[in-house]
Design a protein around this ligand. Structure first.
Ligand code: ZN
Length: 289
């Protein structure tokens, strides 16, 4: 059966029909605008998802949602820090009511990590991190073959590790978080230009900050691979990845951590949506083939 996959980020929401084999059939996206209230935003999402559902002859059987954090997974509430319209918004329940299918919700970055393990570049790898460097920065971490949830389900918020002590004030309130220094929104605020216009030296600087921060996580958790998605990192390409790898390697001193690679995700631009579907799979909404 086919399902609905929804990826909710700071600048856009993407919706797709995805098969239980992890094949993306059809997708649409809509912008998230800062002037929308919570109902306007939900209605826009609902209309796009409904139009996709109606193109699917057999109907949809499940829904997987990857959403920017933080979330309250116990109650199915979302409060994306860069989408002020949704503060403790009851997204899971609303979707379940409106589409009459079971809905699995988790962090977008955890979705990404699960998707890469299912159909991407982390197949067969038991200890890895998949991160997004886009409007915001986040990560999902798999240790010993299991995705880390943490006490409240918010494990993996690497964007809120301090990368530049005393640096720019982050949306979370702390100074110098990685997200406040290296995200798409931070680049726009610092330079007045969107990330796609960034000069090579800035692309390398963002790669360095990411690589240095990733090294701390790799060292603490004994990871073997780091995968990166997101429009900023993938858009910056080789400038970003070469610099991130150099910074990562030079900050890994312990013998067990030598040789850890930081690479683009295997699923490319489809990674967030395949990831959202993999949330539904991980929560048992369809078969484990
Ligand atoms: Zn922060």
């Amino acid at each position: 059966m086919t399902g609905l996959a929804i990826d909710i980020g700071a600048s856009k929401i993407a919706v797709a029909l995805v098969t239980e084999q992890g094949v993306l059939l059809e997708q649409q996206s809509l912008p998230t605008r800062q002037d929308q209230n919570s109902e306007d935003l939900y209605t826009s999402l609902y209309k796009v998802a409904r139009s996709l559902q109606e193109t699917c002859n057999e109907g949809v059987a499940w829904c997987g949602v990857g959403c920017a954090g933080p979330l309250d997974l116990t109650r199915g509430l979302v409060s994306p820090i860069n989408i002020p319209a949704w503060n403790a918004f009851s997204l899971r329940e609303r979707l379940e009511q409106d589409f009459s299918v079971p809905v699995a919700l988790d962090l977008d970055a955890k979705a990404l990590a699960l998707g890469e393990g299912w159909r991407g570049a982390a197949q067969g790898v038991d200890n890895y991190m998949a991160m997004v460097v886009s409007s915001g920065i986040g990560a999902g971490i798999v240790v010993d073959g299991h995705i880390l949830d943490g006490r409240t389900g918010n494990a993996g918020h690497i964007g809120h590790i301090v990368a530049v002590p005393g640096g720019r004030r982050c949306v979370c309130g702390v100074a110098g978080c990685l997200e406040a220094e290296a995200s798409g929104l931070a680049i726009l605020a610092k330079t007045g230009r969107p990330p796609r216009q960034a000069v090579p030296s800035l692309r390398q600087e963002v790669g360095r900050l990411v690589g240095e921060t990733v090294a701390q996580v790799v060292t603490v958790l004994d990871l073997e691979l780091v995968l990166v998605a997101g429009s900023v990192a993938l858009g910056f390409g080789q400038d970003f990845f070469d610099s991130a790898q150099a910074a990562l390697s030079s900050h890994l001193g312990m013998p067990y951590a030598q040789g850890v690679q930081i690479r683009p995700v295997g699923l490319g631009a489809s990674a967030p949506l395949i990831g959202a579907a993999s949330i539904a799979r991980a929560q048992g909404l369809f078969g484990q083939q």
